[in-house]
Design a protein around this ligand. Structure first.
Ligand SMILES: C[S@@+](CC[C@H](N)C(=O)[O-])C[C@H]1O[C@@H](n2cnc3c(N)ncnc32)[C@H](O)[C@@H]1O
Length: 255
């Protein structure tokens, strides 16, 4: 019972904009090199013939900046005001929930041919299967190509039920990370405890991981078919030892 109410509290804490509330002030310092943003931009640019990219969960623009540098128009969607505040104005920033996109193609112009990017596990920031399915359904009228990057689900599924360890060492403190794995619900619930001379700050987070087969099934419900799958943004093969997956979905239905 106690464990269940802790999960419920974490769910509430992590819903929508809560990730940004918890991480916006440290995001660029802690995560600026978490994945290869230049290789991401190269990969996405080659698959964006219309020149228009919609980035879901754009955050502070870590992935959007190199896309703009390559001449692409980037619409950045994020629920978090504090994260969007760090995103440059060269990105067309829209504060919205990615499962309720406030974008519709102009009548008479047909469907948009944008490429949608959901990088760095951002789809795992949606905490129910319904929300993850809804993302693809929202994108269907807007994007003929959807590119999704996720950590391999098995790495998260095999996480111990409870663990604690040192996350980052900071010049003036340390970050201790405690994680609860809810395998049956495909969730990983964590707290980064940032311990500084001046006190402790708790930064909660939660992921709902899915396997690539589950991702494909969700995409298929919106008529997206996986056409490419890679193990990295530099197009290494996706194989058993890959830690990440890059999936490229294209709409199968003629519109
Ligand atoms: C892990 S960060 C990734 C930021 C950026 N794409 C990057 O790779 O650095 C996830 C982002 O998704 C945003 N986010 C989480 N849930 C969201 C939702 N339902 N709708 C829109 N954005 C959301 C968070 O505010 C956060 O900025």
């Amino acid at each position: 019972m106690a464990a269940k109410s802790a999960v419920a509290r974490s769910l509430a804490l992590n819903h929508g904009a809560a990730y940004g509330e918890a991480f916006a002030d440290v995001y660029d310092r802690w995560y600026h090199q978490v994945t290869d943003s230049e290789a991401t931009a190269e990969f996405v640019a080659r698959r964006s013939p219309s020149g228009l990219v919609i980035e879901l969960g754009v955050g502070t623009g870590r992935l959007a900046r190199p896309l703009v540098d390559r001449g692409l128009t980037v619409v950045g969607i994020d629920t978090s005001g504090p994260m969007l505040d760090g995103c440059p104005s060269s990105v067309l920033r829209i504060r919205a929930d990615m499962t309720l996109l406030p974008l519709v193609p102009t009548r008479g112009t047909g469907a948009l041919q944008a490429t949608a990017l959901c990088g760095f596990n951002t789809v795992f920031n949606l905490h129910t299967a319904e929300a993850q399915i809804s993302l693809f359904q929202q994108l269907a009228p807007l994007a003929d190509t959807v590119i999704v990057e996720t950590l391999k689900a098995e790495l998260l599924a095999d996480a111990p039920a409870r663990s604690t360890g040192v996350g980052h060492i900071l010049p003036d403190g340390v970050v201790v990370s405690s994680t609860v794995g809810q395998r049956a619900d495909q969730r990983l619930i964590g707290r980064h405890l940032e311990i500084l001379d001046g006190g402790v700050r708790v930064r909660p987070w939660m992921l709902r991981w899915v396997t690539v087969d589950q991702l494909d099934a969700m995409a298929a419900r919106a008529d997206y078919l996986c056409c490419e799958r890679w193990g990295s943004w530099t197009e290494e093969a996706f194989e058993a030892r890959s830690r990440a997956s890059i999936s490229v979905y294209r709409r199968t239905e003629s519109r």
